[in-house]
Design a protein around this ligand. Sequence first.
Ligand code: IYR
Length: 222
Amino acid sequence: MSEEFVPYTHPITFSNDETQIEASTSLNQTMQSRRSVRTFSDKPIPREVIDNLVRIAASAPSGAHKQPWTFAVVSTAAYKAQIREAAEKEEYINYHGRMSDDWLNDLKKFGTNWQKEFITTAPYTIIVFKKSYDLNAIGDKAKNYYVNESVGIACGFLLSAIHQLGLVSLTHTPSPMNFLAELLERPTNEKAFLLMPVGYAADSAVVPSIDRKPLSEVLLNY
Ligand code: IYR
Protein backbone atom coordinates (compact mmCIF):
# COMPACT_ATOMS: atom_id res chain seq x y z
CA MET A 1 0.00 0.00 0.00
CA SER A 2 1.39 3.41 -0.90
CA GLU A 3 1.16 6.21 1.64
CA GLU A 4 -0.17 9.42 0.24
CA PHE A 5 0.19 12.79 1.84
CA VAL A 6 -1.35 16.10 0.87
CA PRO A 7 -0.33 19.54 2.10
CA TYR A 8 -2.06 20.89 5.19
CA THR A 9 -3.23 24.46 4.81
CA HIS A 10 -4.74 26.14 7.86
CA PRO A 11 -8.50 26.37 7.18
CA ILE A 12 -8.97 28.98 9.91
CA THR A 13 -6.64 31.96 10.14
CA PHE A 14 -6.51 35.14 12.21
CA SER A 15 -4.82 38.32 11.07
CA ASN A 16 -3.22 38.85 14.50
CA ASP A 17 -3.05 37.53 18.09
CA GLU A 18 -5.68 40.00 19.22
CA THR A 19 -8.43 38.63 16.98
CA GLN A 20 -7.45 35.08 17.93
CA ILE A 21 -7.73 35.95 21.63
CA GLU A 22 -11.14 37.52 21.00
CA ALA A 23 -12.29 34.42 19.17
CA SER A 24 -11.09 32.17 22.01
CA THR A 25 -12.91 34.31 24.58
CA SER A 26 -16.10 34.20 22.58
CA LEU A 27 -15.85 30.43 22.01
CA ASN A 28 -15.22 29.91 25.73
CA GLN A 29 -18.34 31.95 26.54
CA THR A 30 -20.37 29.86 24.14
CA MET A 31 -19.10 26.60 25.58
CA GLN A 32 -19.52 27.71 29.20
CA SER A 33 -23.24 28.16 28.51
CA ARG A 34 -23.68 24.48 27.57
CA ARG A 35 -25.73 22.55 30.11
CA SER A 36 -27.10 19.05 30.35
CA VAL A 37 -30.85 19.44 29.99
CA ARG A 38 -33.27 16.73 31.10
CA THR A 39 -36.62 18.25 30.16
CA PHE A 40 -37.22 18.44 26.44
CA SER A 41 -39.74 20.06 24.12
CA ASP A 42 -41.10 17.98 21.24
CA LYS A 43 -40.40 20.84 18.81
CA PRO A 44 -39.04 19.29 15.61
CA ILE A 45 -35.54 19.84 14.24
CA PRO A 46 -34.71 19.67 10.53
CA ARG A 47 -33.38 16.22 9.64
CA GLU A 48 -30.50 17.87 7.71
CA VAL A 49 -29.25 19.31 11.00
CA ILE A 50 -29.15 15.83 12.54
CA ASP A 51 -27.30 14.41 9.53
CA ASN A 52 -24.73 17.21 9.81
CA LEU A 53 -24.36 16.52 13.55
CA VAL A 54 -23.53 12.91 12.75
CA ARG A 55 -21.06 14.02 10.06
CA ILE A 56 -19.38 16.27 12.64
CA ALA A 57 -19.22 13.50 15.27
CA ALA A 58 -17.82 11.08 12.69
CA SER A 59 -15.08 13.59 11.80
CA ALA A 60 -13.39 12.92 15.15
CA PRO A 61 -9.89 11.47 15.22
CA SER A 62 -9.70 7.74 15.98
CA GLY A 63 -7.05 5.11 16.60
CA ALA A 64 -5.43 4.30 13.23
CA HIS A 65 -8.33 6.20 11.65
CA LYS A 66 -10.52 3.12 12.04
CA GLN A 67 -13.60 5.29 12.80
CA PRO A 68 -14.93 2.61 15.16
CA TRP A 69 -18.44 4.00 15.56
CA THR A 70 -22.00 4.09 14.31
CA PHE A 71 -24.71 6.59 15.27
CA ALA A 72 -28.26 5.29 15.45
CA VAL A 73 -30.66 8.19 14.94
CA VAL A 74 -33.98 7.22 16.47
CA SER A 75 -36.97 9.33 15.45
CA THR A 76 -39.87 6.89 15.24
CA ALA A 77 -42.32 6.77 18.14
CA ALA A 78 -42.31 2.97 18.30
CA TYR A 79 -38.52 2.67 18.71
CA LYS A 80 -38.42 5.56 21.15
CA ALA A 81 -41.10 3.93 23.31
CA GLN A 82 -39.33 0.57 23.35
CA ILE A 83 -35.98 2.16 24.18
CA ARG A 84 -37.48 4.26 26.95
CA GLU A 85 -39.26 1.29 28.47
CA ALA A 86 -36.12 -0.86 28.47
CA ALA A 87 -33.91 1.99 29.76
CA GLU A 88 -36.33 2.75 32.58
CA LYS A 89 -36.47 -0.93 33.55
CA GLU A 90 -32.69 -1.01 34.05
CA GLU A 91 -32.58 2.42 35.67
CA TYR A 92 -35.35 1.52 38.12
CA ILE A 93 -33.16 -1.33 39.35
CA ASN A 94 -30.13 0.99 39.44
CA TYR A 95 -31.88 3.63 41.53
CA HIS A 96 -33.44 0.99 43.82
CA GLY A 97 -30.37 -0.96 44.88
CA ARG A 98 -27.75 -1.33 42.15
CA MET A 99 -26.23 2.12 42.83
CA SER A 100 -24.38 2.77 46.09
CA ASP A 101 -25.70 5.22 48.69
CA ASP A 102 -22.70 7.47 47.97
CA TRP A 103 -23.54 7.46 44.27
CA LEU A 104 -27.22 8.26 44.88
CA ASN A 105 -26.14 11.05 47.24
CA ASP A 106 -23.75 12.50 44.64
CA LEU A 107 -26.61 12.60 42.11
CA LYS A 108 -29.17 14.24 44.43
CA LYS A 109 -28.36 17.78 43.33
CA PHE A 110 -29.03 16.92 39.69
CA GLY A 111 -32.54 15.67 40.34
CA THR A 112 -32.05 12.55 38.22
CA ASN A 113 -34.19 9.49 38.71
CA TRP A 114 -35.11 6.27 36.92
CA GLN A 115 -37.63 7.99 34.69
CA LYS A 116 -36.30 8.92 31.24
CA GLU A 117 -39.12 10.86 29.62
CA PHE A 118 -36.68 12.71 27.38
CA ILE A 119 -36.24 9.57 25.26
CA THR A 120 -39.83 9.80 24.00
CA THR A 121 -40.21 13.60 24.05
CA ALA A 122 -37.08 14.76 22.22
CA PRO A 123 -37.51 14.66 18.43
CA TYR A 124 -34.34 12.58 18.11
CA THR A 125 -32.36 10.25 20.30
CA ILE A 126 -28.89 9.36 19.05
CA ILE A 127 -27.37 6.14 20.29
CA VAL A 128 -23.65 5.95 19.76
CA PHE A 129 -22.23 2.47 19.23
CA LYS A 130 -18.58 1.51 19.51
CA LYS A 131 -16.91 -1.17 17.43
CA SER A 132 -14.16 -2.95 19.35
CA TYR A 133 -13.44 -4.78 16.13
CA ASP A 134 -14.51 -4.57 12.50
CA LEU A 135 -16.21 -7.49 10.81
CA ASN A 136 -15.60 -8.08 7.13
CA ALA A 137 -18.04 -9.68 4.69
CA ILE A 138 -16.94 -13.22 5.58
CA GLY A 139 -17.02 -12.59 9.33
CA ASP A 140 -13.27 -12.12 9.96
CA LYS A 141 -12.51 -9.87 12.92
CA ALA A 142 -10.02 -6.99 12.79
CA LYS A 143 -9.36 -5.34 16.16
CA ASN A 144 -9.70 -1.58 16.48
CA TYR A 145 -7.49 0.60 18.66
CA TYR A 146 -8.22 3.01 21.52
CA VAL A 147 -11.90 2.51 20.90
CA ASN A 148 -13.19 4.13 24.10
CA GLU A 149 -10.97 7.17 23.62
CA SER A 150 -12.00 7.50 19.96
CA VAL A 151 -15.73 7.15 20.56
CA GLY A 152 -15.53 9.42 23.61
CA ILE A 153 -13.95 12.14 21.46
CA ALA A 154 -16.67 11.67 18.80
CA CYS A 155 -19.30 12.14 21.52
CA GLY A 156 -17.51 15.32 22.64
CA PHE A 157 -17.62 16.64 19.08
CA LEU A 158 -21.32 15.79 18.95
CA LEU A 159 -22.15 17.51 22.25
CA SER A 160 -20.24 20.62 21.27
CA ALA A 161 -21.95 20.81 17.86
CA ILE A 162 -25.42 20.25 19.37
CA HIS A 163 -24.81 23.20 21.69
CA GLN A 164 -23.40 25.46 18.98
CA LEU A 165 -26.52 24.81 16.91
CA GLY A 166 -28.78 26.08 19.69
CA LEU A 167 -29.97 22.63 20.73
CA VAL A 168 -29.63 20.70 23.97
CA SER A 169 -28.69 17.19 24.98
CA LEU A 170 -27.50 15.13 27.88
CA THR A 171 -25.31 12.07 28.10
CA HIS A 172 -27.45 9.21 29.31
CA THR A 173 -25.78 5.94 30.20
CA PRO A 174 -28.47 3.38 30.93
CA SER A 175 -26.68 0.50 32.55
CA PRO A 176 -26.37 -2.26 31.55
CA MET A 177 -27.13 -1.12 28.02
CA ASN A 178 -26.87 -4.24 25.90
CA PHE A 179 -30.63 -3.91 25.33
CA LEU A 180 -29.92 -1.10 22.86
CA ALA A 181 -27.90 -3.26 20.46
CA GLU A 182 -30.57 -5.97 20.77
CA LEU A 183 -33.51 -3.64 20.16
CA LEU A 184 -31.84 -2.00 17.18
CA GLU A 185 -30.59 -5.36 15.88
CA ARG A 186 -26.97 -4.27 15.64
CA PRO A 187 -24.29 -6.77 14.64
CA THR A 188 -22.22 -8.43 17.37
CA ASN A 189 -19.30 -6.00 17.00
CA GLU A 190 -21.40 -2.97 17.97
CA LYS A 191 -21.85 -2.13 21.64
CA ALA A 192 -23.86 0.85 22.88
CA PHE A 193 -21.60 3.57 24.28
CA LEU A 194 -23.84 6.55 25.02
CA LEU A 195 -27.40 7.71 24.43
CA MET A 196 -28.05 11.36 23.62
CA PRO A 197 -31.47 12.94 23.13
CA VAL A 198 -31.32 15.99 20.85
CA GLY A 199 -33.87 18.77 20.76
CA TYR A 200 -34.94 22.02 22.36
CA ALA A 201 -35.33 22.49 26.09
CA ALA A 202 -38.93 22.56 27.32
CA ASP A 203 -40.13 26.04 28.33
CA SER A 204 -40.34 24.69 31.87
CA ALA A 205 -36.78 23.31 31.84
CA VAL A 206 -34.55 24.09 34.79
CA VAL A 207 -30.95 23.09 35.33
CA PRO A 208 -29.12 22.67 38.63
CA SER A 209 -27.15 25.69 39.78
CA ILE A 210 -23.59 24.40 39.63
CA ASP A 211 -20.15 25.93 39.26
CA ARG A 212 -17.24 24.74 37.21
CA LYS A 213 -13.81 24.35 38.76
CA PRO A 214 -11.78 27.53 38.31
CA LEU A 215 -8.81 27.49 35.96
CA SER A 216 -6.49 27.52 38.98
CA GLU A 217 -7.80 24.06 39.95
CA VAL A 218 -7.63 22.43 36.56
CA LEU A 219 -4.69 24.11 34.84
CA LEU A 220 -1.20 22.80 35.62
CA ASN A 221 1.67 24.97 34.41
CA TYR A 222 5.08 23.43 33.91
N1 IYR B 1 -27.13 6.27 34.52
C1 IYR B 1 -28.07 6.85 35.47
C2 IYR B 1 -27.41 7.45 36.65
C3 IYR B 1 -26.53 8.61 36.43
C4 IYR B 1 -25.19 8.48 36.67
C5 IYR B 1 -24.35 9.56 36.60
I1 IYR B 1 -22.40 9.31 37.05
C6 IYR B 1 -24.85 10.82 36.24
O1 IYR B 1 -24.00 11.91 36.17
C7 IYR B 1 -26.20 10.96 36.01
C8 IYR B 1 -27.03 9.86 36.09
C9 IYR B 1 -28.98 7.84 34.77
O2 IYR B 1 -28.76 8.15 33.60
O3 IYR B 1 -29.92 8.33 35.40
